[in-house]
Ligand binder design. Structure first.
Ligand code: SF4
Ligand code: SF4
Length: 375
């Protein structure tokens, strides 16, 4: 995506004056932990960020920040096979070779029309094997539109987001596109932080969100599954040597489980950024199409908003973000062919890149910490 949409920000500085763009990626082991609600509040509290919604399979950050789309582009993540029936002799070689059972016939029988082959576009993985071996060159590979990407303006600043089409694949590639575009916007508009709302889980889109990020923040909730899923994501971030911090959402629903989760996180060398209480005001803020810290300015949700401000302050003090020491961005995000479960997070190499527990949890109630839009 060749950007360059104009936002209300200063013109780009000469390259030698620019500070490196840092990336904070917010993750969760599963959906429903409140990750996106917290991301929206962090967007309100950040003063110089570009937002990137990398949860392309369920892009719902936009529901809270109501972006105004400035530019949209189709996303092509791969090819799909198409058969020209006028060239197909019905030899069946392509059907024999397809490993994904994406090729089928018209029906049983020896008649020529019955032997014609067709492609199921939802099953085709675009490997091109059938096109390579078709003796009559009846098969062409054509690009398929998997979704759309957007550059938008929000009340918190620029935002890059995307939408994956129904039943479409290649979400990892789309996440990489969103991140690349967001970094480019941040660099051009002198914004030092890209705030990434990542996907839940540990799949391809998460890997594409994490690799090369400056800092990861895992949001979890105090349940056994929250602990289990946290450990899976922590193994992933450790594998990619991304410093990782923890925030427990709705911690007061099970305080002893919250203690256990924080203890496990410390054992893994993760930083603790604090806890956010359960408050129905979080849901009311969503209904009001506001982040929680914005909603608090209507006179409610003060307690949970104060929790979130404290967490945000602790995040800004994390060594990787405070020092401005981003990881190299050159390598493309890739899914490892094997499971990451056998990678240990306690190796010396992994610990070398992990910050220690953040010492400061001082209140952050002063208005200078708020985005001007929500003061
Ligand atoms: S290999 Fe080519 S000619 Fe043979 S069935 Fe497939 S499309 Fe038709
Ligand atoms: S491109 Fe690959 S997956 Fe698609 S129909 Fe051909 S052989 Fe099957």
């Amino acid at each position: 995506m060749n950007s360059l949409v104009q936002f209300r920000s200063k013109p780009a500085a000469p390259a030698h004056h620019q500070r490196p763009v840092k990336e904070l990626v917010i993750l969760s082991g599963k959906g429903g932990t409140g990750k996106t609600s917290l991301a929206a509040s962090f967007a309100a509290l950040a003063t110089n960020a570009v937002l990137a919604d990398c949860d392309v399979d369920a892009a719902d950050l936009q529901l809270l920040v109501t972006p105004r789309i400035l530019r949209r582009e189709p996303f092509t993540g791969g090819d799909t096979a198409n058969i020209d029936p006028s060239l197909c002799t019905g030899c069946g070689l392509c059907e024999d070779l397809c490993r994904f059972d994406a090729i089928y016939t018209n029906g049983p029988g020896d008649l020529a029309w019955a032997a014609l082959r067709h492609i199921d576009p939802l099953a085709c993985e675009g490997c091109s094997v059938c096109a390579w071996f078709c003796p009559t060159h009846a098969i062409q590979m054509n690009p398929v539109i998997n979704g759309e990407s957007f550059v938008s303006e929000t009340r918190f600043g620029p935002m890059v987001h995307a939408r994956l089409g129904a039943a479409q694949d290649n979400s990892g590639k789309l996440v990489s596109l969103v991140r690349t575009t967001a970094r480019k916007l941040a660099s051009e508009h002198r914004r030092e932080l890209v705030l990434i709302d990542g996907s839940p889980g540990v799949g391809c889109p998460v890997i594409a969100s994490v690799t090369g990020a400056t800092q990861a923040l895992i949001v979890t909730e105090p349940t056994p599954s929250g602990l289990h899923d946290l450990e899976r994501v922590a193994e992933l971030t450790a594998h990619f040597h991304v410093p990782t911090a923890l925030c427990i959402n709705k911690w007061d629903l099970n305080s002893s489980m919250s203690d256990l989760i924080e203890s496990r996180a410390l054992d893994r060398g993760m930083s603790l950024t604090g806890r956010v209480r359960y408050d129905r005001a979080a849901t009311q803020a969503q209904i009001a199409v506001q982040s929680i810290v914005e909603y608090a300015h209507l006179g409610t949700a003060d307690g949970i908003a104060a929790d979130i401000r404290r967490v945000w302050q602790a995040i800004t003090l994390l060594p990787a973000l405070a020092a401005g020491n981003p990881q190299p961005q050159s390598h493309p995000p890739q899914c490892p062919s094997e499971s990451s479960s056998h990678h240990q997070t306690d190796t010396p190499a992994a610990r070398q890149h992990l910050p220690q527990r953040s010492a400061s949890t001082a209140p952050l109630d002063s208005p200078e910490h708020l985005n001007p839009m929500v003061r």
